[in-house]
Design a protein around this ligand. Sequence first.
Ligand code: IPM
Ligand code: MN
Length: 357
Amino acid sequence: MNATIVLLPGDGIGPEIVAQAKRVLEVIAGRFGHTFTMPQHAIGGNAIDSCGDPLPEETLNACRNATAVLLGAVGGPKWDDPKAKTRPEAGLLRIRKELGLFANLRPTKTWDELLDASPLKREIIAGTDILFVRELTGGIYFGESGRRPHPSGEEAWNVMIYSTGEIERVVRVAADAARKRRGKLTMVDKANVLEASRLWRQVAERVVREEYPDLEYNVVLVDSMAMHLISKPREFDVVVTENLFGDILTDEASMLPGSLGLLPSASIGSSGPGLFEPIHGSAPDIAGKNLANPLATILAAAMMLRYSMSMNTEADAIEDAVSRVLKAGHRTKDIAGNGPSISTTEMGDLVVEMLRQ
Ligand code: IPM
Ligand code: MN
């Protein structure tokens, strides 16, 4: 198969980790007889620096025409001025919106070989396997916002707004996924307070009742979910929720497997290229030091092969190589605890080596 994979390294550790994922994809192409063309484009802070726009037209066009997009991370202290005209994150939000990527899949699974890397107790987290489906192009992230004068200074607002259609389509993605897994779907909202959540509850319940009566379905309030996630994470299979709740809960959930550095994510729409990225940020504190964990990005590349190109064998090969590297005891700093650690490029070398075997 011929595929065009647009690489968007972005800022901070982005270029270092995407470089390792690219090597892995090259090995896969060689081993399985594919041709991957992997042009690189600017996004985020570096794009602001080079052309004043966190999502240049040229980048967006390249993404629209791609088979899939692999992104590193965006943002950093250099572009954090609250008064700045634009921010790196605006580029990420725009690309999600422009490509119609309304569903963000964030699988969170503990690795047996890493149970002690988590700050949580092994007996609580062992066996955790949750797929979060976060709504990605609506809600408070994209609702009306503004500021106006106020007797105390100013006031500012952001509106959380959802339509029936936006809720239905993401609930279907989650419910379809639940059918292929353990058949359990949890919808998380704040329906005791928010009107937008009450619409979510009504619509999700109807979709599940009419189209997915075979699923075991329940609803949990988001504050309660924050607690259940660390007290009984094994109870959950697929969790669907709105944009902001999903953002927060998935960072919390990343502590179950022990490190943000291990978690990939897929953003997909109803058609067109998907976008694949690690769930962690640009980690400016360790950028350029060859310390970052490239595994989340490498696993995001595996998700990309699986979801965008139906290359299940190839995706399995990557996931298996990562698992064997971890089993052999190799650790980057974020998952090493007090033990010895290896660099970003060494971790890349090891995965590539395993893939060649
Ligand atoms: C994420 C990130 C982004 C988000 C930021 C960088 C805009 O935290 O992908 O979870 O909030 O969606
Ligand atoms: Mn986030």
